[in-house]
Design a protein around this ligand. Structure first.
Ligand SMILES: Cc1cc2nc3c(=O)[nH]c(=O)nc-3n(C[C@H](O)[C@H](O)[C@H](O)COP(=O)(O)OP(=O)(O)OC[C@H]3O[C@@H](n4cnc5c(N)ncnc54)[C@H](O)[C@@H]3O)c2cc1C
Length: 398
């Protein structure tokens, strides 16, 4: 980060994992960072995250974000300070014949990015995972060092680190609007009409983002999709790594020594959700469906008792990829939103890259150009060459 950081005055709207990461990186670089949230720190969707930390993506720039973020999760105490609760479990994407050549191509791409991953056969997977059913598996991509983290601890730790570097958090303070003079942003106005001036504003408000951008005549087109996860009791002698199961259409991970977290995104059609008013508990038929899919891969979980669960909202962009960068039409206004159900694991390097972009006009940790807003306005959606055909209801792209 260069000297230009010093003295920059930046407002961040949203104290989720991404907003707190941006604040941490800005403050560490010497900028004045103020984070506004209508609730508290981690009041939005970050607290509901499944918090899988894997690197398998089908789009190389996203894989690079995940790979470089993985280094943060593994070395959290040294890089950020505090704890993120990272647990290394191993991770496997399993595919049948339909997706086998895509998986091979994706693993080659991921290895070129630097990700420690390899293609394994069904028999090799069975050796790694003795409790897994693998007869329907053609191939898997395995990452030995992936795992999961604690999303609340991660977000709070980023916020604490940001505060140690001088960032301010204005919680229970809604942003009612973004203000500008001519084409340049000048700050925000809060819910009780107070004006807060800034050199730059970054909107990191998840599914609420478009509501803040729309008065400026621009929006991403985010759809709010309700997504559920459930926790099941697992006999401690049954162990498994993290799975994305493209065959059954589910994802699951261990949670501590004796629980399994399993999830599906939009597993059945629902009307677009309201992020301020949605059903937060699990649907009974969701619990039955996700347990059935879990048991297809780990048969010993067929009768696993349901413990608890919840729903959250995915902020789904038009191409189900995040939008990060400058907001067209308003100078010094930035956005990082539309993470579409996958934004937890990349938050560390999204924060580093967004801070660079805001302070230095270019991002070097990871070049965010491919995620720019222009693609939405120009209708040039991100398409991965080897996107998987997913089992029904998995809920988002890889
Ligand atoms: C059920 C579920 C499971 C998931 N599992 C995974 C996973 O396994 N791995 C993964 O990588 N990702 C996962 N995700 C996605 C990931 O959790 C999100 O992409 C990430 O948490 C988004 O963080 P954020 O900071 O962008 O948004 P949020 O955490 O939603 O933060 C936005 C903040 O903006 C604030 N805000 C909104 N409007 C205003 C306003 N006008 N004024 C002030 N503040 C405002 C809100 O109060 C909120 O605190 C999952 C998501 C869900 C819902």
């Amino acid at each position: 980060m260069t000297q230009t950081a010093s003295g920059a005055n930046v407002i961040i709207v949203g104290a989720g994992v991404v907003g707190c990461s941006i604040a941490f990186h800005l403050a560490r670089a010497g900028a004045r960072a103020r984070v506004f949230d209508k609730g508290g720190i981690c009041a939005g969707m970050s607290a509901r995250s499944g918090a899988l930390v894997r690197m398998h993506y089908t789009f190389a720039p996203e894989a690079e974000l995940a790979w470089k973020s993985h280094n943060y999760f593994q070395n959290w105490g040294e890089i950020v300070g505090g704890r993120c609760g990272f647990v290394e479990t191993g991770f496997a994407v399993v595919v049948d014949e339909r997706n086998a050549s895509r998986l091979r191509a994706n693993v080659t791409m991921l290895q070129s990015v630097g990700v420690n991953t390899e293609v394994v056969t069904a028999a090799e997977l069975r050796k790694l995972e003795p409790h897994a059913f693998v007869d329907d598996v053609a191939l898997a991509a395995y990452e030995p060092h992936s795992g999961y983290a604690d999303p609340v601890a991660t977000t709070e730790s980023l916020a604490s680190a940001a505060k140690r570097h001088g960032a301010e958090f204005l919680v229970n303070t809604a942003v009612a609007g973004i203000i500008h003079s001519g084409e340049r942003v000048t700050g925000i106005v809060d819910g009780v009409g107070r004006v807060h001036e800034a050199d730059a504003v970054c909107v990191v408000a998840g599914p609420w983002t478009d509501a803040l951008l729309a008065p400026l005549g621009v929006k991403i087109g985010i759809k709010s999709e309700r997504a559920q996860i459930a926790f099941f009791k697992r006999p401690p002698q049954i162990q498994h790594c993290i799975y994305i199961d493209t065959i059954a259409g589910s994802y699951f991970r261990p949670h501590g020594g004796d629980m399994t977290l399993a999830g599906l995104g939009g597993w059945k059609a629902e009307a677009e959700a309201n992020p301020d008013d949605f059903r937060e508990s699990n649907d009974d038929d969701f619990v039955a469906a996700v347990r059935e899919r879990l048991a297809k891969r780990i048969p010993a979980m067929a009768d696993a008792p349901y413990s608890r669960g919840h729903a959250g909202i995915y902020d789904v962009s038009p191409d189900a990829r995040a939008v990060m960068g400058r907001v067209p039409g308003v100078e010094r206004l930035f956005v990082a939103a539309g993470f579409s159900g996958t934004g937890f694991k990349t938050a560390p390097t999204v924060g580093a890259s967004m801070a660079e972009l805001i302070l230095n006009c270019t991002s070097t940790t990871v070049d965010l150009t491919p995620f720019g807003f222009d693609r939405i306005l120009n209708g040039r959606m991100i398409e991965s060459p080897n996107e998987y055909e997913m089992g029904a209801g998995f809920g988002h792209k890889l």
